[in-house]
Design a protein around this ligand. Structure first.
Ligand code: TIU
Length: 224
């Protein structure tokens, strides 16, 4: 029988059935988060993302301890780059771009060290890892099919970056009929103003794309 938990959130409380919910952790990859990776090479402050590691670790432990569904995503491309649109390859006019040799292997290429998930949040056996070529986790992946097979209706979304892959994924999920709860301490942006606005856009207009809360609130609800 469904047992709904209620967590304080904005714009109003989020009620979810843990057995029909998944923790969706977006792109916590070495190239985005680690000093010396692609993100830092582009001039970004990785500390803005690294503050999400500990809250995600605690949440992931609580979620796993309850035996609930966890799904991880990684942004990246096939080694032959056949799934990399030219528009994405050349965008930014940087000297080094996706597919080129970077500080931790070829940039955002599947199988390379920098493409993998950070050790602190490494997927456990049985936890699906969605390799996505775009910013959204639903486009050109089997995420929707996996969620449907498991009867999942609601998503707790964490990861990086708030305004890019997290926001795109939440919008895609919303249009597919999923409720999304985004945890502000578990999502990060290289840019504080985008962090603030990225969260504000989700919860505006009565929760136009979803709800916003924090990891402590969810962990407490799971423990109750
Ligand atoms: N995962 C993700 O958000 N990919 C990005 O490219 N993010 C940026 O903020 N650039």
């Amino acid at each position: 029988m469904a047992r709904f938990l209620s967590v304080a959130a904005e714009p109003y409380e989020f009620q979810f059935d843990p057995d029909r919910s998944a923790l969706l952790i977006i792109d916590m990859q070495r190239d985005f988060l680690e000093p010396g990776g692609f993100g830092e090479m582009l001039g970004n402050d990785v500390a803005q993302l690294r503050r999400t590691i500990e809250p995600n670790r605690a949440l992931l432990k609580a979620w796993r301890d309850r035996g609930l569904s966890v799904i991880h995503t990684r942004e990246g491309h096939r080694p032959d780059l056949s799934d990399l649109p030219d528009a994405k390859k050349v965008r930014g006019r940087a000297k080094t771009t996706i597919g080129d040799a970077g500080p931790m292997g070829r940039i955002l290429v599947r199988g390379e060290a920098g493409h993998d998930i950070i050790a602190e949040l490494y997927p456990a056996p049985g936890e699906p890892v969605i390799d996505k070529p775009g910013k959204g986790a639903f486009w050109a992946t089997d995420l929707h099919a996996i969620l449907q097979h498991r009867g999942i209706k609601q998503l707790v979304v964490t990861g990086v970056t708030t305004e890019v892959c997290v926001n795109t994924t939440v919008r895609e999920a919303n249009d597919r009929g999923y409720d999304c709860l985004v945890l502000e301490d578990c999502v990060g942006s290289y840019f504080p103003e985008f962090q603030a606005m990225g969260l504000k856009m989700i919860k505006a207009q009565g929760g136009i794309f979803g709800w916003v809360s924090n990891s402590d609130t969810v962990i407490e609800a799971l423990a109750a």
